[in-house]
Design a protein around this ligand. Structure first.
Ligand code: T4K
Length: 382
């Protein structure tokens, strides 16, 4: 006699940490038709110009130079201000932050983070300044603003430049109407597929004056000023028309996308509030948040370690990420630096051991979010 095996439970669809916002394909068609008709594909074409203007208006900033990605924008920002020697930065970020320094032959000096905001702790900057220090490269981690006033005060006292890695900070306002991108000498955005505002790949430098914008525009175009004049050893960092036109389309949907993110963040906070050992990272007091990530900290009173929870969720087809573990300072090209010693970075080391970024993106359904929460609660025996 043969027996029919019981039907296997259907495997739920995977839920990733993020998913790019994509409008209806039909909405992109007219942009493509325009590119096909005018045959300008890159080198500062009409969509490139339109997107720079539209972003200045949307973000409330004076000047923007678009780039192929955030990393090249960071590398170029350092070039634009002729930064050399040593730069103070955070170990708690994506590795591109520090890589941009090495690409410029600059020595990163890691300073610990604030336990609440997880951003560079301004109280610890002064002790790391040496005669070689020329700049500070802080990160608005997860889109939560740094203590911009304290950092600027320190920079003014020691005559240092400040370049913000604002890769996560699209649309964030410190006070109503004041973009976080208005602080420091330059701010650098990423428009990568995983970001709140994406152009597939892309990035930008925000700068306060037309002269600096002109230098950046030269640097991203090989240093060309005109057909026969090259004023600097520039790079090719230009955003293409395909990416720029997609950015213009994204911009039409950004308010709805940000609103949906806010709703998802509020649902997580409510649903996880009573789970012992789970701490949701709060914002940094910003007037407008962008909810680009939803980081939680797994504290010792949670029954599972952070990595055990991470694995458990993966077994249920849920893919959170441990941004930012390992610390940048733990990667081989950095760990020999004196400032990379874990003893110098106790807060960042602890947070990197505890953090887990939960899925958050506009198309995340309530049902899928409930699946994530239910698994975490189940691990807590709830
Ligand atoms: N500074 C900071 C502070 C940054 O966070 C970043 C980038 C930069 C500078 C440099 O900017 P860019 O040069 O990248 O413009 C991702 C991104 O590649 C990176 O842009 C981002 N930070 C970093 C935090 O995250 P991965 O290796 O974690 O991405 P990946 O491919 O594992 O994607 C994560 C999930 O997103 C996938 O599991 C599925 C989903 N996904 C991803 C892509 C690329 C999609 O659904 N569609 C996609 O096209 O680095």
């Amino acid at each position: 006699m043969t027996t029919t095996p019981p039907a296997a439970a259907p495997v739920p669809a995977p839920i990733y940490v993020t998913q790019p916002f994509l409008p209806d394909l039909a909405e992109f068609q007219p942009y493509l038709e325009q590119i096909w008709s005018n045959k300008i594909l890159t080198n500062g074409g009409p969509f490139h110009q339109q997107l720079e203007k539209a972003l200045c208006e949307h973000l409330g900033v004076e000047h923007i130079a678009l780039f192929t990605n955030g990393t090249l924008a960071l590398v170029t920002a350092l070039q634009a201000l002729r930064i050399t020697g040593e730069v103070i930065t955070t170990p708690y970020s994506f590795v591109a932050t520090a890589h941009s320094l090495l690409w410029n032959g600059i020595k990163p000096v890691f300073v610990d983070i604030d336990p609440q905001t997880l951003n560079l702790d301004p109280r610890r900057i002064e002790a790391a300044i040496t005669p070689q220090t020329t700049a500070i490269l802080p990160v608005h981690c997860y889109g939560h603003p740094c203590d911009v006033d304290a950092i600027q005060k320190m920079a003014d006292n020691y005559n240092l430049k400040v370049i913000y890695d604002a890769a996560h900070a699209f649309g964030v306002q410190t006070t109503p109407g004041t973009s976080v991108l208005r602080f420091g000498d330059l701010s650098v955005l990423s428009f990568h597929a995983t970001k709140v505002f994406n152009t597939f790949e892309g990035g930008a430098i925000v700068c306060p004056d037309a002269k600096t914008k002109q230098r950046i525009d030269h640097l991203k175009n090989f240093g060309f000023v005109d057909e026969v004049t090259v004023v600097a050893p520039g790079i090719n960092g230009k955003m293409s028309e395909l990416n720029a036109s997609f950015g213009l389309l994204q911009l039409k949907h950004i308010d709805a996308a940000m609103a949906r993110r806010a709703t998802i963040a509020a649902r997580y906070r409510a649903a996880l509030a009573e789970v012992p050992g789970i701490r949701c990272v709060g914002d940094a007091g910003e007037a407008v948040a962008n909810h680009s990530y939803f980081p939680i900290l797994i504290e010792p009173d949670f029954p599972l370690s952070r990595d055990a929870l991470y694995q458990r969720l993966r077994e249920h087809n849920i893919f959170p990420r441990r941004y930012f573990y390992p610390l940048i300072s733990d990667f081989p090209m950095y760990r020999g630096l004196p400032s990379a010693a874990p003893g110098n970075l106790p807060v960042a080391s602890e947070i990197a051991r505890k953090v887990l970024c939960l899925p958050i993106y506009p198309a995340l359904s309530d049902a899928d979010q409930d699946r994530v929460v239910a698994q975490i609660r189940a691990c807590a025996g709830m």
